[in-house]
Design a protein around this ligand. Structure first.
Ligand code: MLT
Length: 274
């Protein structure tokens, strides 16, 4: 299956370009920065046989409309809640976010707890930026606006993927560089500034009362396994899986292992559901 956004577009025009395929319990896949839904293609292809897979492009990314106004991560969460309403999904979903998608997940849970049955947090963190990181984001926001998205793509992708992926799957590296280069530069800047301003979600972790799966690539240098383990230690009903041969883009770099971990989690979680 090679799904395109809006394969099952509802009568209403969606605000976000969205892949919506399959039937069954809903998994909402929320991509990382500065990417789009195609980072989930292996999950879409595998899981749509048993689940309804909803994979939007966040505002400003992929085929969704560019944004130039300032945004916050809670704005992105609101746009996902609106999407679920537009798709007439009223059952709680499995929220599966990678990195920035995970940051948005903390906001989504705070604002729309009733819409979430379970959480999958891949290669992400709860902590806010320190001052140096926030400053780096402001510098990149300004660079991307003047020099364009392609100017940041290659350096960024070096940090996203493991050495193993770079050696064994150069097409993955090329795919990511292509996606970033095609992304609207104002929207990249807006997202960077939103992440620089995000609150520390760590105090919220102990309040999470739904089944939670943490997944991390063993070679993730952006959100390393030790940091994710600390989050898993705090979330009561959680488990953590570490994937070999993967960096920050675990679902893309190690798709078979990621999908197995996700299916095992979903099978046990959905079996427990009342
Ligand atoms: C991502 O993958 O979404 C980014 O690494 C998030 C970030 O820049 O903190």
């Amino acid at each position: 299956m090679n799904s395109k956004p809006n394969d099952q577009e509802s009568a209403q025009q969606l605000e976000l370009a969205t892949v919506d395929v399959g039937t069954g319990p809903v998994i909402l896949f929320v991509h990382g920065f500065p990417l789009d839904h195609t980072m989930w293609q292996h999950q879409i292809d595998d899981l749509a046989s048993d689940f309804r897979v909803v994979a939007p492009d966040l505002p400003g990314f992929g085929l969704s409309q560019p944004i130039s106004e300032p945004v916050s991560l809670s704005d992105y969460a609101d746009s996902l809640a609106l999407l679920l309403d537009q798709l007439e999904i009223d059952q709680p979903v499995v929220f599966c976010g990678l990195s920035m998608g995970g940051y948005i997940g903390w906001q989504f849970l705070r604002r729309y707890r009733e819409k979430v049955a379970a959480l999958v947090a891949s290669d992400t963190r709860s902590a806010a930026d320190d001052e140096k990181t926030a400053r780096g984001r402001r510098v990149m926001a300004s660079q991307v606006r003047t020099a364009g998205s392609a100017s940041i793509a290659a350096d960024m992708v070096k940090k996203l993927c493991s050495d193993h992926t770079a050696a064994e799957s150069p097409q993955t590296i090329e795919q990511l560089i292509e996606v970033i280069s095609q992304t609207d530069s104002d929207s990249i800047a807006a997202a960077q500034l939103a992440m620089a301003e995000r609150p520390d979600a760590t105090p919220w972790l102990s309040e999470i009362d739904i089944p939670t799966l943490f997944v991390v690539g063993e070679d993730d240098v952006i959100t390393p396994p030790a940091e994710m383990q600390k989050m898993a230690d705090v979330v009561a009903n959680s488990q953590i899986v570490q994937l070999e041969h993967a960096g920050h883009m675990a679902p893309l770099e190690s798709p078979a292992a990621f999908n197995t971990a996700l299916r095992n989690f979903l099978n046990s979680t959905l079996a427990e559901a009342p």
